[in-house]
Design a binder for this molecule. Structure first.
Ligand code: PMP
Length: 404
């Protein structure tokens, strides 16, 4: 697979050589199809949606709701009503936690189990929910191999467990968490446990079928799937979204307003107060169509090949420790080199035209558990090539020779 030419920004040169972009887990670059969709929207469609009687308003409304249908299809949601547009994965998780805080469904002493490799955006909203309700946050530890500790999880599950939240793929380790087993165990323990799967690093990298997954909520960010920043999705099981109260009040989320009483709109509009990111949501759908055109199975096979190549090369370098198992990982690799600061390595790689991310990756509790301050992370998307891996390995070898 060679889709590099679809991404104009990859023509960027650092010195004499083309940029090798390996920071896709932070944000993906955008293909021409996505860039053109944004221009087309503002040239031919732009209008506010839902309330207008005129041609452009009808057109924008139609395209916006078509975009929702595209997202629903992409996730295999049972209904478009289960797709709530948000400003990103963070906003989607906060929407769930905040509405749960308002719902009266979470009580003092209830427990929220969160896996240790969760991103801050899948920890802090639950802490805020705990502060408001008296519920308790319980981290699920990792095994010594840095995978989800199923035995420890099973022993933490109890009649008090109300919510379970975890990333499908850890953004700091690349470990793929056993979502099906985690969800099945939660349901066996207590059928009404609410399960949220953070799909920020899985969406666009592997097939997602929210009906088969059987969680209650699945969240992702548009900008990590070749779409614009400021877009994201909350998928929620319809029965749950019906049950939870609205969060933000304003236009669009209402049916009727008087000074005495307000009634709320149907799903999903109940959760979409105000003018949404109309262009962004429409362009996000274009990005998902681009992914579908390339094909998730082909993307997954390609990224797995690149990841295995990178793991093989890095593990042959003295002093390099790859975090997590070699197999059963997503399209990213995090390393630590005990004698080298991750920031120094990242800076030298940058000078050689290789963009990686260094630091705690918004996973400070995980870093604390591992006793490290950060890692150097190489992350792939469909636009990367084997040449990118060769350049990354060569640059890493040279950088480490300078630093060690
Ligand atoms: N969860 C995971 C696993 C992530 O990798 C990220 C982004 N790094 C987020 C949540 C938050 O995404 P955003 O900042 O786009 O809301």
């Amino acid at each position: 697979m060679d889709c590099r030419a679809d991404f104009p920004i990859l023509a960027t040169r650092i010195g004499k050589r083309p940029l090798v972009y390996l920071d896709n887990a932070a944000t993906t670059q955008k293909p021409t199809a996505v860039l053109e969709a944004e221009m087309r929207y503002y040239e031919q469609v732009n209008s506010n949606i839902h309330r207008g009687a005129h041609y452009l308003s009808r057109l924008a409304t139609e395209e916006h709701e078509q975009a929702r249908a595209t997202v629903a299809g992409f996730l295999n949601a049972a209904s478009d009503k289960e797709i709530v547009f948000t400003s990103g994965c963070t906003a989607a998780i906060n929407l769930v936690a905040q509405t749960l805080a308002l719902s009266g469904m979470v009580h003092p002493g209830d427990e929220i189990l969160v896996s240790t490799d969760a991103h801050h955006s899948n920890i802090v909203p639950w802490q805020m929910l705990c502060q408001r309700t008296g519920a308790l946050l319980r981290p699920v530890p990792l095994t010594p191999e840095l995978t989800f500790d199923m035995a420890a999880y099973e022993s933490l599950l109890s009649p008090k467990t109300r919510i379970v939240a975890f990333p499908y793929i850890s953004n700091a380790l690349g470990v793929v968490n056993p979502a099906a087993s985690i969800i099945a165990a939660a349901r066996r323990n207590r059928p009404d446990t609410l399960v949220l799967v953070d799909g920020a690093q899985s969406t666009g990298h592997q097939l997602i079928d929210v009906q088969a997954l059987d969680a209650d909520f699945y969240t992702f960010s548009g900008h990590k799937v070749y779409g614009p920043t400021g877009t994201g999705v909350l998928w929620g099981r319809q029965a749950m979204l019906e049950l939870l109260p609205p969060w933000m009040g304003g236009g669009e989320m209402i049916r009727e307003v008087s000074f005495d009483r307000t009634t709320y709109n149907d799903l999903p509009f109940k959760y979409e107060a105000g003018t949404p990111n109309i262009c962004g949501n429409i362009v996000l759908a274009e990005a998902l169509k681009y992914v579908q055109k390339v094909g998730i199975p082909a993307i997954e096979a390609h990224e797995q090949k690149l990841t295995a190549m990178l793991c093989d090369g890095l593990s042959a370098m003295p002093g390099v420790r790859i975090l997590g198992p070699k197999l059963g990982r997503g399209a990213l690799v995090s390393i630590v080199v005990p004698t080298v600061h991750h920031y120094d390595l990242g800076t030298l790689l940058d000078q050689m035209g290789v963009a990686v991310r260094t630091g705690h990756h918004c996973c400070q509790p995980l870093m604390l558990a591992l006793g490290i301050t950060g890692t150097t992370r190489y992350s792939f998307s469909l636009c990367n090539t084997e040449e990118d891996v060769r350049r990354a390995l060569d640059a890493t070898e040279r950088a480490l020779a300078m630093l060690q």
